[in-house]
Design a protein around this ligand. Structure first.
Ligand SMILES: [Cu+2]
Length: 277
């Protein structure tokens, strides 16, 4: 039968293409990641794995469709001896079942995996998470550390807040410990901003009158950049900040330094940069 011959021919073409595509997949993934930030939190790593899985599925679909298309174009192009009307084919339960089953499997895989990753990234912060209150304003950021809520350890034994206040000419530094949960509680005093740290592969809107929060577990120490990702006015581009991920010991030393010399228990460290004001 003509149809089964076509299916067999297609299957052998797809076999060759599948081997070639598998060989090319690592290069395709590497190419797709050029210029992307390195994920530095548990959550970012999960999202990155999801991205790779979806990208691989999309790559497989692309290769499958394009190879079928090219096969049909070249193998069944019109030849001089051809009749004006090629053999007419109607229906094939096998092929129809296949083109329903394969997309359903792909969509269900992506849905289930996305739901798992979403549940992880959108989870509630554990009790012992370090909580940082982030306030966006036109045009900078303020970071508040409650001395009674500093995560796994309690390096300062008193009430109060350490405030890191940024200005457009002096960008603030957010310091967080590695390997433990850090929760960001986002507030805005004026318009909508967006708290974005590219290496978290995550951003969240900062909305007046609404408290948005998210939690991450950083796994890499170092200095990373952050910025506002929502056009919020004329100096939006100046809403930059840096994130320094340090060991817990370094973090304790830093917070003690920041809190020192403030009898009232409120340490103001304008544009922090880890230095005591
Ligand atoms: Cu902005």
């Amino acid at each position: 039968m003509r149809l089964s011959r076509i299916v067999r021919a297609m299957a052998s073409v797809w076999g060759v293409v599948a081997v070639a595509a598998l060989a090319l997949l690592p290069s395709a993934i590497a190419f797709a990641q050029v210029g992307q930030p390195t994920p530095i939190t548990d959550e970012a790593r999960s999202m990155h794995r999801l991205y790779i899985v979806v990208l691989s599925l999309a790559f497989a679909v692309f290769v499958g469709v394009v190879s079928a298309l090219l096969f049909a174009i070249f193998r069944y192009r019109r030849r001089r001896a051809d009749d004006p009307l090629p053999p007419q084919i109607h229906g094939s339960a096998k092929i129809e079942a296949m083109w329903i089953a394969i997309p359903v499997i792909i969509v269900l895989t992506m849905f289930t995996y996305s739901a798992v990753v979403l549940a992880k990234t959108d989870r509630k912060a554990p009790e012992d998470a370090l909580t940082i209150r982030v306030t966006g304003f036109q045009f900078q950021w303020q970071f508040d550390y409650n001395l009674q809520d500093l995560g796994s350890r309690k390096p300062v034994d008193r009430e109060g807040t350490v405030t890191i206040l940024g200005t457009p000419s002096n960008i603030p530094e957010l310091v967080i410990p590695v390997d433990e949960p850090v929760e960001f509680v986002l507030h805005s005093n004026d318009v909508i901003h967006s708290f974005f740290i590219p290496n978290f592969l995550y951003k969240l809107d900062v909305i007046p009158g609404l408290e948005n929060r998210f939690v991450v577990v950083p796994r890499v120490t170092g200095t990373f950049r952050g910025q506002c990702a929502e056009l919020c006015g004329v100096d939006h581009a100046l809403m930059l900040f840096t994130v320094r991920v340090v060991t817990r010991d370094e973090f304790d030393r830093w917070i003690v330094e920041q809190a020192a010399g403030t009898a009232s228990g409120s340490a103001d460290a304008s544009a922090g940069n880890g230095q005591q004001q």
